[in-house]
Ligand binder design. Structure first.
Ligand SMILES: Cc1cc2nc3c(=O)[nH]c(=O)nc-3n(C[C@H](O)[C@H](O)[C@H](O)COP(=O)(O)OP(=O)(O)OC[C@H]3O[C@@H](n4cnc5c(N)ncnc54)[C@H](O)[C@@H]3O)c2cc1C
Length: 520
Protein backbone atom coordinates (compact mmCIF):
# COMPACT_ATOMS: atom_id res chain seq x y z
CA UNK A 1 0.00 0.00 0.00
CA UNK A 2 3.04 2.26 -0.08
CA UNK A 3 2.92 4.64 -3.04
CA UNK A 4 6.66 5.09 -3.44
CA UNK A 5 7.41 1.37 -3.41
CA UNK A 6 4.60 0.60 -5.87
CA UNK A 7 5.96 3.24 -8.26
CA UNK A 8 9.48 1.83 -7.85
CA UNK A 9 8.15 -1.63 -8.69
CA UNK A 10 6.51 -0.28 -11.86
CA UNK A 11 9.56 1.59 -13.08
CA UNK A 12 12.66 -0.17 -11.84
CA UNK A 13 11.64 -3.65 -12.92
CA UNK A 14 10.99 -4.44 -16.57
CA UNK A 15 7.61 -5.87 -15.65
CA UNK A 16 5.06 -6.54 -18.39
CA UNK A 17 1.61 -6.75 -16.82
CA UNK A 18 -1.16 -9.06 -18.02
CA UNK A 19 -3.72 -6.33 -17.41
CA UNK A 20 -3.53 -2.56 -17.14
CA UNK A 21 -6.84 -1.12 -16.03
CA UNK A 22 -7.54 2.57 -16.56
CA UNK A 23 -10.00 3.94 -13.99
CA UNK A 24 -10.48 3.28 -10.28
CA UNK A 25 -14.26 3.34 -10.01
CA UNK A 26 -16.51 0.33 -9.37
CA UNK A 27 -15.88 -1.09 -12.84
CA UNK A 28 -12.08 -0.75 -12.90
CA UNK A 29 -11.60 -1.92 -9.32
CA UNK A 30 -13.91 -4.88 -9.99
CA UNK A 31 -11.81 -5.90 -12.99
CA UNK A 32 -8.55 -5.49 -11.05
CA UNK A 33 -9.97 -7.67 -8.28
CA UNK A 34 -11.19 -10.33 -10.69
CA UNK A 35 -7.94 -10.49 -12.68
CA UNK A 36 -5.64 -10.40 -9.62
CA UNK A 37 -7.55 -13.16 -7.84
CA UNK A 38 -7.22 -15.33 -10.97
CA UNK A 39 -3.45 -14.91 -10.62
CA UNK A 40 -2.79 -12.40 -13.42
CA UNK A 41 -0.32 -9.53 -13.05
CA UNK A 42 -2.42 -6.40 -12.73
CA UNK A 43 -1.85 -2.63 -12.56
CA UNK A 44 -4.67 -0.13 -12.08
CA UNK A 45 -4.31 3.63 -12.60
CA UNK A 46 -6.80 6.19 -11.32
CA UNK A 47 -6.36 9.83 -12.33
CA UNK A 48 -7.88 11.20 -9.10
CA UNK A 49 -8.83 9.27 -5.96
CA UNK A 50 -10.53 5.86 -6.13
CA UNK A 51 -14.27 6.50 -6.78
CA UNK A 52 -13.73 10.24 -7.19
CA UNK A 53 -16.24 10.19 -10.06
CA UNK A 54 -19.59 8.38 -10.43
CA UNK A 55 -18.88 5.49 -8.06
CA UNK A 56 -19.04 7.64 -4.90
CA UNK A 57 -22.28 9.36 -5.98
CA UNK A 58 -24.78 6.51 -6.30
CA UNK A 59 -28.13 6.16 -4.50
CA UNK A 60 -26.33 3.57 -2.31
CA UNK A 61 -28.56 0.71 -3.43
CA UNK A 62 -27.48 -2.81 -4.25
CA UNK A 63 -30.63 -3.71 -6.07
CA UNK A 64 -32.28 -5.65 -8.83
CA UNK A 65 -33.95 -2.46 -10.02
CA UNK A 66 -37.70 -2.83 -9.60
CA UNK A 67 -38.30 -0.21 -12.27
CA UNK A 68 -36.31 -2.20 -14.87
CA UNK A 69 -38.82 -4.99 -14.25
CA UNK A 70 -41.63 -2.59 -15.22
CA UNK A 71 -39.61 -1.77 -18.37
CA UNK A 72 -39.54 -5.51 -19.15
CA UNK A 73 -35.76 -5.81 -18.77
CA UNK A 74 -36.00 -9.25 -17.16
CA UNK A 75 -32.42 -10.38 -17.79
CA UNK A 76 -30.94 -7.22 -16.20
CA UNK A 77 -33.14 -7.66 -13.11
CA UNK A 78 -32.34 -11.36 -12.79
CA UNK A 79 -28.62 -10.69 -13.07
CA UNK A 80 -28.70 -7.77 -10.62
CA UNK A 81 -30.74 -9.72 -8.04
CA UNK A 82 -28.24 -12.56 -8.18
CA UNK A 83 -25.31 -10.14 -7.87
CA UNK A 84 -27.05 -8.40 -4.96
CA UNK A 85 -27.06 -11.73 -3.08
CA UNK A 86 -23.44 -12.58 -3.96
CA UNK A 87 -22.23 -9.14 -2.89
CA UNK A 88 -24.00 -9.33 0.45
CA UNK A 89 -22.41 -12.75 1.04
CA UNK A 90 -18.91 -11.47 0.16
CA UNK A 91 -19.13 -8.07 1.89
CA UNK A 92 -21.66 -8.43 4.73
CA UNK A 93 -19.97 -5.55 6.61
CA UNK A 94 -20.88 -3.10 3.82
CA UNK A 95 -24.01 -4.44 2.14
CA UNK A 96 -27.14 -4.79 4.22
CA UNK A 97 -30.80 -5.63 3.91
CA UNK A 98 -32.88 -2.44 3.58
CA UNK A 99 -36.66 -2.44 4.03
CA UNK A 100 -38.64 -0.17 1.70
CA UNK A 101 -42.17 1.16 1.65
CA UNK A 102 -44.04 2.16 -1.50
CA UNK A 103 -46.89 4.51 -0.50
CA UNK A 104 -49.97 4.06 -2.71
CA UNK A 105 -52.51 6.86 -3.25
CA UNK A 106 -54.68 5.31 -5.98
CA UNK A 107 -56.76 2.16 -5.45
CA UNK A 108 -55.02 0.13 -8.16
CA UNK A 109 -51.45 0.92 -7.05
CA UNK A 110 -51.51 -1.46 -4.06
CA UNK A 111 -52.37 -4.65 -5.99
CA UNK A 112 -50.30 -3.52 -9.01
CA UNK A 113 -47.02 -2.95 -7.15
CA UNK A 114 -47.58 -5.89 -4.83
CA UNK A 115 -47.91 -8.29 -7.79
CA UNK A 116 -44.74 -6.81 -9.33
CA UNK A 117 -42.84 -7.27 -6.10
CA UNK A 118 -44.00 -10.86 -5.68
CA UNK A 119 -42.40 -11.50 -9.08
CA UNK A 120 -39.29 -9.55 -7.95
CA UNK A 121 -39.03 -11.74 -4.83
CA UNK A 122 -39.54 -14.88 -6.90
CA UNK A 123 -36.78 -13.79 -9.30
CA UNK A 124 -34.37 -13.37 -6.36
CA UNK A 125 -34.59 -17.14 -5.78
CA UNK A 126 -32.18 -18.30 -3.07
CA UNK A 127 -30.82 -14.76 -2.82
CA UNK A 128 -34.12 -13.31 -1.57
CA UNK A 129 -33.64 -10.75 1.23
CA UNK A 130 -37.19 -10.89 2.60
CA UNK A 131 -40.85 -11.27 1.62
CA UNK A 132 -42.89 -8.36 0.21
CA UNK A 133 -46.16 -7.44 1.91
CA UNK A 134 -49.18 -5.26 1.28
CA UNK A 135 -50.23 -3.24 4.34
CA UNK A 136 -53.02 -0.80 5.09
CA UNK A 137 -52.73 3.00 5.38
CA UNK A 138 -52.64 2.97 9.20
CA UNK A 139 -49.71 0.60 9.36
CA UNK A 140 -48.00 2.52 6.54
CA UNK A 141 -48.08 5.71 8.61
CA UNK A 142 -46.85 3.82 11.67
CA UNK A 143 -43.94 2.57 9.54
CA UNK A 144 -43.05 6.04 8.21
CA UNK A 145 -44.59 8.60 10.61
CA UNK A 146 -43.77 11.53 8.35
CA UNK A 147 -45.69 10.10 5.36
CA UNK A 148 -48.56 12.16 3.88
CA UNK A 149 -51.73 10.53 5.20
CA UNK A 150 -54.36 12.18 2.98
CA UNK A 151 -55.50 9.80 0.24
CA UNK A 152 -53.17 6.96 1.30
CA UNK A 153 -54.83 3.69 0.26
CA UNK A 154 -52.09 1.13 1.00
CA UNK A 155 -48.38 0.57 1.42
CA UNK A 156 -46.15 -2.12 -0.07
CA UNK A 157 -43.23 -3.34 2.00
CA UNK A 158 -40.29 -4.95 0.23
CA UNK A 159 -36.57 -5.64 0.72
CA UNK A 160 -33.51 -4.61 -1.27
CA UNK A 161 -29.81 -4.02 -0.59
CA UNK A 162 -28.06 -0.90 0.65
CA UNK A 163 -24.34 -0.11 0.89
CA UNK A 164 -21.61 2.49 1.19
CA UNK A 165 -20.25 2.80 -2.34
CA UNK A 166 -16.82 4.35 -1.71
CA UNK A 167 -16.10 2.20 1.32
CA UNK A 168 -16.87 -0.93 -0.69
CA UNK A 169 -14.53 0.32 -3.41
CA UNK A 170 -11.67 0.93 -0.96
CA UNK A 171 -12.15 -2.58 0.37
CA UNK A 172 -12.19 -3.96 -3.19
CA UNK A 173 -8.95 -2.10 -3.89
CA UNK A 174 -7.38 -3.64 -0.78
CA UNK A 175 -8.60 -7.13 -1.78
CA UNK A 176 -7.03 -6.70 -5.24
CA UNK A 177 -3.75 -5.44 -3.72
CA UNK A 178 -3.68 -8.35 -1.27
CA UNK A 179 -4.06 -10.66 -4.29
CA UNK A 180 -0.97 -9.02 -5.88
CA UNK A 181 -2.35 -6.09 -7.92
CA UNK A 182 -0.65 -2.67 -8.08
CA UNK A 183 -3.26 0.06 -7.64
CA UNK A 184 -2.38 3.74 -7.72
CA UNK A 185 -4.51 6.84 -7.38
CA UNK A 186 -3.52 10.26 -8.78
CA UNK A 187 -1.97 8.53 -11.82
CA UNK A 188 -3.47 9.80 -15.06
CA UNK A 189 -3.20 7.78 -18.26
CA UNK A 190 -2.14 10.30 -20.89
CA UNK A 191 -1.45 8.03 -23.86
CA UNK A 192 -1.43 4.48 -25.20
CA UNK A 193 1.77 2.64 -26.13
CA UNK A 194 1.50 0.76 -29.40
CA UNK A 195 3.64 -1.93 -31.05
CA UNK A 196 2.83 -2.85 -34.67
CA UNK A 197 -0.52 -1.06 -34.34
CA UNK A 198 -1.49 -3.04 -31.21
CA UNK A 199 -1.89 -1.54 -27.76
CA UNK A 200 1.05 -2.66 -25.61
CA UNK A 201 0.74 -0.45 -22.54
CA UNK A 202 0.12 3.10 -21.39
CA UNK A 203 1.84 6.35 -20.58
CA UNK A 204 0.90 7.53 -17.10
CA UNK A 205 1.61 10.77 -15.33
CA UNK A 206 2.01 10.96 -11.56
CA UNK A 207 -0.18 13.94 -10.63
CA UNK A 208 1.86 14.58 -7.49
CA UNK A 209 5.30 14.84 -9.11
CA UNK A 210 4.37 15.31 -12.81
CA UNK A 211 6.75 12.42 -13.63
CA UNK A 212 5.72 10.42 -16.69
CA UNK A 213 6.12 6.63 -16.86
CA UNK A 214 5.62 4.05 -19.56
CA UNK A 215 4.12 0.78 -18.37
CA UNK A 216 3.68 -2.30 -20.56
CA UNK A 217 0.88 -4.83 -20.58
CA UNK A 218 -0.71 -7.51 -22.77
CA UNK A 219 -4.25 -6.26 -22.18
CA UNK A 220 -5.32 -2.64 -21.61
CA UNK A 221 -8.85 -2.07 -20.29
CA UNK A 222 -10.56 1.29 -20.48
CA UNK A 223 -12.88 1.43 -17.44
CA UNK A 224 -13.14 5.19 -17.21
CA UNK A 225 -16.95 5.51 -17.09
CA UNK A 226 -18.12 8.85 -18.45
CA UNK A 227 -14.51 9.59 -19.51
CA UNK A 228 -14.29 6.50 -21.76
CA UNK A 229 -14.39 8.56 -24.95
CA UNK A 230 -11.19 10.42 -23.99
CA UNK A 231 -9.28 7.09 -23.89
CA UNK A 232 -10.94 5.94 -27.12
CA UNK A 233 -9.76 9.20 -28.72
CA UNK A 234 -6.18 8.33 -27.72
CA UNK A 235 -6.62 5.10 -29.67
CA UNK A 236 -8.52 6.46 -32.67
CA UNK A 237 -8.60 10.25 -32.91
CA UNK A 238 -12.00 11.46 -34.17
CA UNK A 239 -13.91 8.35 -33.06
CA UNK A 240 -17.69 8.76 -32.55
CA UNK A 241 -18.62 9.23 -28.85
CA UNK A 242 -19.78 6.01 -27.18
CA UNK A 243 -20.99 7.45 -23.86
CA UNK A 244 -23.95 9.62 -22.93
CA UNK A 245 -23.44 11.26 -19.53
CA UNK A 246 -26.70 11.59 -17.65
CA UNK A 247 -26.67 13.52 -14.38
CA UNK A 248 -28.33 12.38 -11.19
CA UNK A 249 -28.56 14.55 -8.07
CA UNK A 250 -29.15 13.60 -4.43
CA UNK A 251 -30.03 15.75 -1.44
CA UNK A 252 -29.09 14.63 2.06
CA UNK A 253 -31.48 15.44 4.92
CA UNK A 254 -31.61 14.81 8.63
CA UNK A 255 -32.97 11.38 9.66
CA UNK A 256 -35.99 13.08 11.25
CA UNK A 257 -37.44 13.55 7.75
CA UNK A 258 -38.38 9.87 7.74
CA UNK A 259 -38.30 9.04 11.45
CA UNK A 260 -37.89 5.44 10.35
CA UNK A 261 -35.41 2.70 9.40
CA UNK A 262 -37.51 2.11 6.27
CA UNK A 263 -36.71 3.72 2.95
CA UNK A 264 -39.43 5.22 0.77
CA UNK A 265 -39.71 4.46 -2.92
CA UNK A 266 -41.92 6.67 -5.09
CA UNK A 267 -42.42 4.47 -8.15
CA UNK A 268 -43.62 7.15 -10.55
CA UNK A 269 -42.70 10.82 -10.25
CA UNK A 270 -44.11 13.57 -12.44
CA UNK A 271 -41.31 12.92 -14.98
CA UNK A 272 -42.04 9.18 -14.94
CA UNK A 273 -38.97 8.24 -12.90
CA UNK A 274 -38.41 6.69 -9.49
CA UNK A 275 -37.52 8.73 -6.39
CA UNK A 276 -35.91 7.17 -3.33
CA UNK A 277 -35.51 8.45 0.21
CA UNK A 278 -33.05 6.06 1.80
CA UNK A 279 -31.72 6.07 5.40
CA UNK A 280 -27.90 6.18 5.22
CA UNK A 281 -25.46 6.62 8.12
CA UNK A 282 -28.15 8.29 10.28
CA UNK A 283 -29.23 10.66 7.50
CA UNK A 284 -31.64 10.34 4.56
CA UNK A 285 -30.44 10.38 0.94
CA UNK A 286 -33.15 11.62 -1.44
CA UNK A 287 -32.90 11.30 -5.21
CA UNK A 288 -32.40 11.12 -8.04
CA UNK A 289 -32.76 12.93 -11.35
CA UNK A 290 -31.84 12.04 -14.93
CA UNK A 291 -30.54 14.93 -17.06
CA UNK A 292 -28.64 14.47 -20.28
CA UNK A 293 -25.45 16.55 -20.03
CA UNK A 294 -23.15 17.97 -22.67
CA UNK A 295 -20.08 18.30 -20.46
CA UNK A 296 -18.24 15.62 -18.50
CA UNK A 297 -16.95 17.37 -15.39
CA UNK A 298 -14.74 15.80 -12.73
CA UNK A 299 -16.90 17.59 -10.13
CA UNK A 300 -20.46 17.79 -11.57
CA UNK A 301 -22.75 20.58 -10.38
CA UNK A 302 -26.44 20.10 -9.50
CA UNK A 303 -28.81 22.19 -11.63
CA UNK A 304 -31.36 24.40 -9.95
CA UNK A 305 -34.24 22.54 -11.64
CA UNK A 306 -32.94 19.20 -10.31
CA UNK A 307 -32.80 20.55 -6.75
CA UNK A 308 -36.31 21.97 -7.01
CA UNK A 309 -37.66 18.77 -8.54
CA UNK A 310 -36.36 16.65 -5.64
CA UNK A 311 -37.60 19.08 -2.98
CA UNK A 312 -41.03 19.35 -4.62
CA UNK A 313 -41.46 15.61 -5.18
CA UNK A 314 -40.34 14.69 -1.65
CA UNK A 315 -42.57 17.46 -0.31
CA UNK A 316 -45.61 15.89 -2.03
CA UNK A 317 -45.20 12.72 0.02
CA UNK A 318 -44.05 14.03 3.41
CA UNK A 319 -46.08 15.87 6.05
CA UNK A 320 -43.00 17.99 6.79
CA UNK A 321 -41.76 19.02 3.34
CA UNK A 322 -37.98 19.59 3.19
CA UNK A 323 -36.79 23.16 2.56
CA UNK A 324 -33.52 24.28 1.02
CA UNK A 325 -32.22 25.14 4.49
CA UNK A 326 -32.72 21.49 5.56
CA UNK A 327 -30.26 20.17 2.99
CA UNK A 328 -27.10 18.97 4.76
CA UNK A 329 -25.28 18.01 1.58
CA UNK A 330 -25.96 17.83 -2.13
CA UNK A 331 -24.09 15.70 -4.63
CA UNK A 332 -24.31 15.11 -8.36
CA UNK A 333 -23.02 12.16 -10.36
CA UNK A 334 -22.85 11.25 -14.04
CA UNK A 335 -24.18 7.93 -15.32
CA UNK A 336 -21.96 6.44 -17.99
CA UNK A 337 -24.81 5.30 -20.21
CA UNK A 338 -23.83 3.43 -23.34
CA UNK A 339 -25.10 5.60 -26.23
CA UNK A 340 -28.11 3.89 -27.87
CA UNK A 341 -28.21 3.15 -31.59
CA UNK A 342 -31.55 4.92 -32.13
CA UNK A 343 -31.58 8.67 -31.59
CA UNK A 344 -34.24 10.49 -29.60
CA UNK A 345 -34.35 8.07 -26.67
CA UNK A 346 -34.90 9.60 -23.25
CA UNK A 347 -32.11 8.83 -20.77
CA UNK A 348 -34.44 6.91 -18.48
CA UNK A 349 -35.14 4.57 -21.41
CA UNK A 350 -31.49 3.88 -22.21
CA UNK A 351 -30.54 0.44 -20.95
CA UNK A 352 -28.48 0.28 -17.74
CA UNK A 353 -26.75 -2.85 -18.96
CA UNK A 354 -23.13 -2.63 -20.06
CA UNK A 355 -21.22 -3.04 -23.32
CA UNK A 356 -17.74 -4.51 -23.79
CA UNK A 357 -16.03 -3.28 -26.93
CA UNK A 358 -12.71 -4.14 -28.55
CA UNK A 359 -10.88 -1.76 -30.91
CA UNK A 360 -8.71 -2.95 -33.78
CA UNK A 361 -5.69 -2.07 -31.66
CA UNK A 362 -6.85 -4.55 -29.01
CA UNK A 363 -7.92 -1.81 -26.53
CA UNK A 364 -10.88 -3.11 -24.53
CA UNK A 365 -13.51 -0.70 -23.19
CA UNK A 366 -16.36 -1.42 -20.83
CA UNK A 367 -19.16 1.12 -20.81
CA UNK A 368 -22.35 1.46 -18.77
CA UNK A 369 -23.64 -0.95 -16.14
CA UNK A 370 -24.47 -0.58 -12.47
CA UNK A 371 -22.56 -0.69 -9.19
CA UNK A 372 -24.63 -3.76 -8.23
CA UNK A 373 -23.41 -5.79 -11.19
CA UNK A 374 -19.73 -4.78 -11.10
CA UNK A 375 -18.58 -8.35 -10.26
CA UNK A 376 -20.34 -9.94 -13.24
CA UNK A 377 -19.17 -7.12 -15.51
CA UNK A 378 -15.59 -7.72 -14.35
CA UNK A 379 -15.87 -11.45 -14.92
CA UNK A 380 -17.14 -10.91 -18.47
CA UNK A 381 -14.44 -8.33 -19.23
CA UNK A 382 -11.59 -10.55 -18.02
CA UNK A 383 -13.02 -13.55 -19.93
CA UNK A 384 -13.33 -11.34 -23.02
CA UNK A 385 -9.68 -10.21 -22.68
CA UNK A 386 -8.46 -13.78 -22.22
CA UNK A 387 -10.25 -14.82 -25.42
CA UNK A 388 -9.17 -11.88 -27.55
CA UNK A 389 -5.67 -11.16 -26.25
CA UNK A 390 -4.71 -14.81 -25.94
CA UNK A 391 -3.82 -14.85 -22.24
CA UNK A 392 -3.66 -18.29 -20.55
CA UNK A 393 -7.14 -19.31 -19.33
CA UNK A 394 -7.77 -19.08 -15.59
CA UNK A 395 -11.19 -19.36 -13.99
CA UNK A 396 -12.99 -16.55 -12.19
CA UNK A 397 -13.12 -16.99 -8.41
CA UNK A 398 -14.93 -13.85 -7.23
CA UNK A 399 -18.34 -15.46 -6.76
CA UNK A 400 -17.19 -16.74 -3.39
CA UNK A 401 -14.20 -14.51 -2.64
CA UNK A 402 -14.61 -12.40 0.51
CA UNK A 403 -14.01 -8.68 0.11
CA UNK A 404 -11.39 -7.21 2.46
CA UNK A 405 -12.89 -6.68 5.94
CA UNK A 406 -15.63 -9.24 5.38
CA UNK A 407 -17.12 -10.26 8.72
CA UNK A 408 -20.34 -12.24 9.20
CA UNK A 409 -23.21 -10.83 11.29
CA UNK A 410 -21.88 -7.31 11.79
CA UNK A 411 -23.29 -5.19 14.60
CA UNK A 412 -24.72 -2.25 12.62
CA UNK A 413 -25.04 -0.16 15.79
CA UNK A 414 -21.22 -0.10 16.14
CA UNK A 415 -19.96 3.21 14.65
CA UNK A 416 -17.00 1.27 13.18
CA UNK A 417 -19.09 -1.55 11.64
CA UNK A 418 -18.15 -0.52 8.10
CA UNK A 419 -14.55 -1.48 8.76
CA UNK A 420 -15.59 -5.09 9.37
CA UNK A 421 -12.64 -7.17 10.57
CA UNK A 422 -10.42 -4.02 10.59
CA UNK A 423 -12.50 -2.41 13.34
CA UNK A 424 -10.53 -4.09 16.16
CA UNK A 425 -7.27 -2.76 14.72
CA UNK A 426 -8.76 0.76 14.75
CA UNK A 427 -10.04 0.31 18.31
CA UNK A 428 -6.56 -0.84 19.43
CA UNK A 429 -4.98 2.21 17.79
CA UNK A 430 -7.51 4.50 19.48
CA UNK A 431 -6.71 2.88 22.84
CA UNK A 432 -2.94 3.10 22.26
CA UNK A 433 -2.51 6.81 23.12
CA UNK A 434 -4.77 9.40 24.77
CA UNK A 435 -4.81 11.79 21.78
CA UNK A 436 -6.13 9.05 19.49
CA UNK A 437 -9.57 9.05 21.13
CA UNK A 438 -10.05 12.80 20.54
CA UNK A 439 -13.30 13.45 18.68
CA UNK A 440 -13.15 15.42 15.44
CA UNK A 441 -16.62 16.97 15.63
CA UNK A 442 -19.12 17.30 18.50
CA UNK A 443 -21.94 15.92 16.35
CA UNK A 444 -20.15 12.84 14.99
CA UNK A 445 -18.27 9.80 16.35
CA UNK A 446 -15.13 10.19 14.16
CA UNK A 447 -11.84 10.18 16.11
CA UNK A 448 -8.21 11.09 15.46
CA UNK A 449 -7.31 7.39 15.66
CA UNK A 450 -9.76 6.48 12.89
CA UNK A 451 -8.19 9.05 10.56
CA UNK A 452 -4.64 7.96 11.43
CA UNK A 453 -5.60 4.37 10.63
CA UNK A 454 -7.15 5.46 7.32
CA UNK A 455 -4.01 7.38 6.32
CA UNK A 456 -1.83 4.36 7.12
CA UNK A 457 -4.02 1.77 5.43
CA UNK A 458 -6.34 3.20 2.75
CA UNK A 459 -4.11 5.30 0.51
CA UNK A 460 -5.70 8.76 0.82
CA UNK A 461 -3.42 11.42 -0.67
CA UNK A 462 -5.46 14.59 -0.16
CA UNK A 463 -7.69 16.01 2.54
CA UNK A 464 -10.69 15.54 0.24
CA UNK A 465 -10.00 11.79 -0.03
CA UNK A 466 -10.53 11.36 3.71
CA UNK A 467 -13.51 13.67 4.19
CA UNK A 468 -15.38 12.69 1.02
CA UNK A 469 -14.65 9.01 0.38
CA UNK A 470 -13.18 7.43 3.55
CA UNK A 471 -15.29 9.06 6.32
CA UNK A 472 -18.12 10.17 3.94
CA UNK A 473 -18.82 13.28 6.01
CA UNK A 474 -18.74 15.59 2.96
CA UNK A 475 -21.66 13.60 1.54
CA UNK A 476 -23.50 13.48 4.88
CA UNK A 477 -23.04 16.98 6.24
CA UNK A 478 -20.90 19.31 4.16
CA UNK A 479 -20.75 22.08 6.75
CA UNK A 480 -19.54 19.66 9.44
CA UNK A 481 -16.92 18.43 6.96
CA UNK A 482 -15.60 21.98 6.59
CA UNK A 483 -15.50 22.34 10.39
CA UNK A 484 -13.51 19.11 10.73
CA UNK A 485 -11.16 19.88 7.86
CA UNK A 486 -8.39 21.79 9.74
CA UNK A 487 -7.88 19.01 12.31
CA UNK A 488 -7.98 16.27 9.66
CA UNK A 489 -5.48 18.24 7.55
CA UNK A 490 -3.14 18.39 10.56
CA UNK A 491 -3.33 14.62 11.03
CA UNK A 492 -2.75 13.92 7.34
CA UNK A 493 0.17 16.36 7.18
CA UNK A 494 1.77 14.85 10.29
CA UNK A 495 1.40 11.29 8.99
CA UNK A 496 2.80 12.18 5.55
CA UNK A 497 5.42 14.62 6.92
CA UNK A 498 4.11 17.58 4.91
CA UNK A 499 4.73 21.23 5.78
CA UNK A 500 2.32 24.04 6.70
CA UNK A 501 2.15 25.37 3.15
CA UNK A 502 0.93 21.97 1.91
CA UNK A 503 -1.65 21.87 4.68
CA UNK A 504 -2.89 25.34 3.76
CA UNK A 505 -3.20 24.40 0.08
CA UNK A 506 -5.18 21.29 1.02
CA UNK A 507 -7.51 23.26 3.25
CA UNK A 508 -8.20 25.91 0.63
CA UNK A 509 -8.81 23.30 -2.07
CA UNK A 510 -11.20 21.43 0.22
CA UNK A 511 -13.19 24.53 1.14
CA UNK A 512 -13.60 25.34 -2.54
CA UNK A 513 -14.76 21.80 -3.27
CA UNK A 514 -17.14 21.69 -0.28
CA UNK A 515 -18.92 24.80 -1.56
CA UNK A 516 -20.36 22.57 -4.32
CA UNK A 517 -21.95 20.33 -1.65
CA UNK A 518 -23.55 23.13 0.35
CA UNK A 519 -26.92 24.45 -0.77
CA UNK A 520 -27.24 28.15 -0.09
C1 LIG B 1 -27.02 9.44 -9.67
C2 LIG B 1 -26.62 8.00 -9.79
C3 LIG B 1 -27.16 7.04 -8.94
C4 LIG B 1 -26.78 5.72 -9.06
N1 LIG B 1 -27.27 4.82 -8.17
C5 LIG B 1 -26.92 3.52 -8.26
C6 LIG B 1 -27.37 2.60 -7.29
O1 LIG B 1 -28.03 2.96 -6.31
N2 LIG B 1 -27.01 1.31 -7.45
C7 LIG B 1 -26.26 0.87 -8.50
O2 LIG B 1 -26.03 -0.32 -8.61
N3 LIG B 1 -25.78 1.74 -9.42
C8 LIG B 1 -26.07 3.05 -9.31
N4 LIG B 1 -25.57 3.96 -10.20
C9 LIG B 1 -24.67 3.50 -11.26
C10 LIG B 1 -23.24 3.33 -10.74
O3 LIG B 1 -22.91 4.34 -9.82
C11 LIG B 1 -22.27 3.38 -11.93
O4 LIG B 1 -22.66 2.45 -12.87
C12 LIG B 1 -20.84 3.07 -11.52
O5 LIG B 1 -20.45 3.81 -10.40
C13 LIG B 1 -19.91 3.38 -12.69
O6 LIG B 1 -18.60 3.06 -12.29
P1 LIG B 1 -17.40 3.23 -13.29
O7 LIG B 1 -16.21 2.65 -12.61
O8 LIG B 1 -17.75 2.69 -14.61
O9 LIG B 1 -17.24 4.81 -13.46
P2 LIG B 1 -16.54 5.86 -12.49
O10 LIG B 1 -16.89 5.65 -11.09
O11 LIG B 1 -16.81 7.20 -13.06
O12 LIG B 1 -15.00 5.54 -12.61
C14 LIG B 1 -14.21 5.89 -13.72
C15 LIG B 1 -12.88 6.38 -13.20
O13 LIG B 1 -11.97 6.56 -14.28
C16 LIG B 1 -11.10 7.61 -13.91
N5 LIG B 1 -10.40 8.10 -15.11
C17 LIG B 1 -10.93 8.82 -16.14
N6 LIG B 1 -9.97 9.10 -17.05
C18 LIG B 1 -8.83 8.56 -16.57
C19 LIG B 1 -7.48 8.56 -17.06
N7 LIG B 1 -7.15 9.16 -18.19
N8 LIG B 1 -6.53 7.92 -16.32
C20 LIG B 1 -6.85 7.29 -15.15
N9 LIG B 1 -8.11 7.31 -14.64
C21 LIG B 1 -9.08 7.91 -15.35
C22 LIG B 1 -12.05 8.63 -13.28
O14 LIG B 1 -11.36 9.55 -12.48
C23 LIG B 1 -13.00 7.74 -12.52
O15 LIG B 1 -12.67 7.62 -11.15
C24 LIG B 1 -25.88 5.32 -10.08
C25 LIG B 1 -25.32 6.27 -10.91
C26 LIG B 1 -25.67 7.61 -10.75
C27 LIG B 1 -25.04 8.64 -11.61
Amino acid sequence: MNRESIIRHLTETEVVFDFIIIGGGATGLGIALDAATRGYKVALFEQADFTKATSSRSTKLVHGGFRYLAQGNISLVLEALRERGILRKNAPHIVKDQRFLIPCYRWWEGPFYFCGLVVYDFMSGVFRFGRSMCIGPKRSVKTIPNLRKKGLTAGILYHDGQFDDSRLAINMMRTAVEAGACALNYMKVTGLLKEHGKVAGVTVQDRETATVYQVKSYAVVNATGVFADSILQMDTPGKQPMVRPSQGVHLVLDASFLESDYAVMIPKTSDGRVLFAVPWHNKVVVGTTDMLMKETLEEPVALEEEIQFILDTAGNYLTRPPQRSDVLSIFAGLRPLAAPRGEGKKTKEISRSHKIIREESGLISIIGGKWTTYRKMAQETVDFAIRHIGLPMRNCVTESYPIHGSKPNPDFSDPLYLYGSDADEIRNLIASAPGMAEKLHPGYAYTVGEVVWIVRNEMPRRLEDILARRLRILFLDARAAVEMAPRVAEILAAEQTKDDAWKETQLNAFKELAANYILV
